[in-house]
Design a protein around this ligand. Structure first.
Ligand SMILES: Nc1nc2c(ncn2[C@@H]2O[C@H](COP(=O)(O)OP(=O)(O)OP(=O)(O)O)[C@@H](O)[C@H]2O)c(=O)[nH]1
Ligand SMILES: [Mg+2]
Length: 201
């Protein structure tokens, strides 16, 4: 739930980038950090393992201006995708307002995408949250690999695997090259703001 401080007229919104290991969650935040440096008050915090995997989370606070006199801060987080860190993933989801599910279009990651999405559903349940009611955007990442020899899944297959029931907005993206990273971000921000509108404003 969004954190609202009526006295200081501040609203903090938490958006979590979730998905399988090495899918490109951290790379999304790194791109946003570069692109919007002037709107970002503090340094991006990344807690990493030695081989550059997310150990706990990445954190990037982000100002989007005012709505009805309230200062809105968006806090972007990533979870660690490695299978063994599910306890941490659950912790990072605490208080989540919106989710970007970063899936990997590589054919060999197909099962991992589905397993990760199923686990997201279960992890939210522990907070009595329903994925079907959560502001959610799908991102099919690493689309640039289409131009290489690495086998990738088609958009239709990604949609069928991950989005046939949820039916949320979905974008192909390349976090590495910045393709559709900002579009994904804008979509999750607008969807999340719309969903908390009644609660806050
Ligand atoms: N080709 C390509 N590689 C990408 C893209 N996005 C990320 N990568 C690469 O994939 C690897 C993993 O990216 P990360 O952003 O660290 O992935 P993550 O989802 O944060 O991984 P965990 O922290 O382990 O969960 C890195 O080598 C990235 O450079 C992309 O759009 N295209
Ligand atoms: Mg990461």
């Amino acid at each position: 739930m969004a954190l609202i401080n009526v006295k200081t007229r501040e609203v903090q919104i938490k958006i979590v980038y979730y998905g399988p290991g090495r899918g490109g969650k951290t790379t999304n935040l790194e791109y946003i950090n570069k692109k919007y440096r002037n709107q970002i008050k503090t340094e991006m915090v990344s807690l990493k393992t030695q081989d550059d995997r997310t150990l706990f989370f990445d954190f990037l606070p982000f100002d989007v201006g005012q709505i009805k006199g309230f200062d809105i801060t968006i806090q972007l987080y990533t979870v660690p995708g490695q299978v063994k860190y599910n306890a941490t993933r659950k912790l990072v989801l605490r208080g989540v307002d919106g989710i970007v599910f970063v899936a990997d279009v590589q054919k060999e990651q197909r099962k991992k995408n589905i397993e990760s999405l199923n686990q997201l559903y279960e992890n939210l349940e522990t907070y009595k949250l329903d994925l079907f009611k959560m502001p959610l955007v799908m991102q099919y990442n690493k689309i640039d690999l289409k131009l290489t020899n690495i086998p990738v899944l088609s958009s239709q297959t990604m949609q069928k695997d991950l989005n046939s029931l949820l039916r949320v907005p979905a974008f192909e993206a390349s976090a590495l090259k910045g393709g559709n990273v900002i579009l994904t971000l804008k979509k999750i921000i607008s969807t999340t703001l719309a969903s908390i509108q009644d609660q806050v404003f």
